[in-house]
Design a protein around this ligand. Sequence first.
Ligand code: IPD
Ligand code: CA
Ligand code: CA
Length: 273
Amino acid sequence: MMTRMLAPTLPPPSTREALKRTALEAAQAAGAILLEHARRGVRIEHKDTVNLVTDADRRAEQVIVDRISKDHPAHQILAEEGGMQAGHDSPFKWVIDPLDGTTNFAHGFPAYCVSIGLEYQGRPLLGVVLDPTRDELFVAEAGAGAFLNGVPLQVSSTPLLNGALLVTGFAYDIRESEKNNLDHFARFALRAQGIRRTGTAALDLCYVAAGRFDGFWELKLHPWDTAAGALMVVEAGGKVTDFNGGAFSIYGQEIVASNGRMHDEMVTVLQFT
Ligand code: IPD
Ligand code: CA
Ligand code: CA
């Protein structure tokens, strides 16, 4: 289970401030690139039938990676389009999705974000998610809380699944894989107040942290989808686990995130097969 706690060791405050500055400025630079591309038109390529990538994904990622490499040249970097940067041995690892919500972006649907997570000694230290279309900046720091544009975030207090607004998503292999989440979706649809599919997992998690959604689940996400958002939920007082209620890892296959109060109910629905 991922619950809020102080990491056993944290870098000193001055280092944490410098890291946060890098993350915030990199996210703002990438967000500006996304808006610029959204205004002037997007060049789309297909990774496969349904998985797209645009020139904006690549440019935004380059700006983030360049900034981190300049400020912290020894750090490890894992980024969606470029993968793992080889050759670095550091306790710090940046995990980057330059554009979460590419399908939305390519269609001109304004729900997407930049997501930057930072691990220290294998534990989440910092999460920054920027929605450039609404100018909403979500920031979480291990042990120090989660904030939206500087205002502290708190998960919802909805007690039961029956009254919950949930959100989920579907992996790009939905047409080929039997583990396509449609079974879970059908079960939750009959038990929750409502379900949304926004197309941006990182923002979904931030919205759970903000109390806009009560719970989120998804299968087969990648580390860059959840690195920042999972910390956001925990720091806003919520709970993040796998589908069995066990420890969550950004490198795993399952995530369920909630306000904590109806977490066990969600896990029970997910264990049904
Ligand atoms: C996708 C989004 C979507 C989720 C997919 C992700 P991308 O990321 O987060 O909400 O359902 O599984 O791959 O491709 O837009 O960065
Ligand atoms: Ca993503
Ligand atoms: Ca992406």
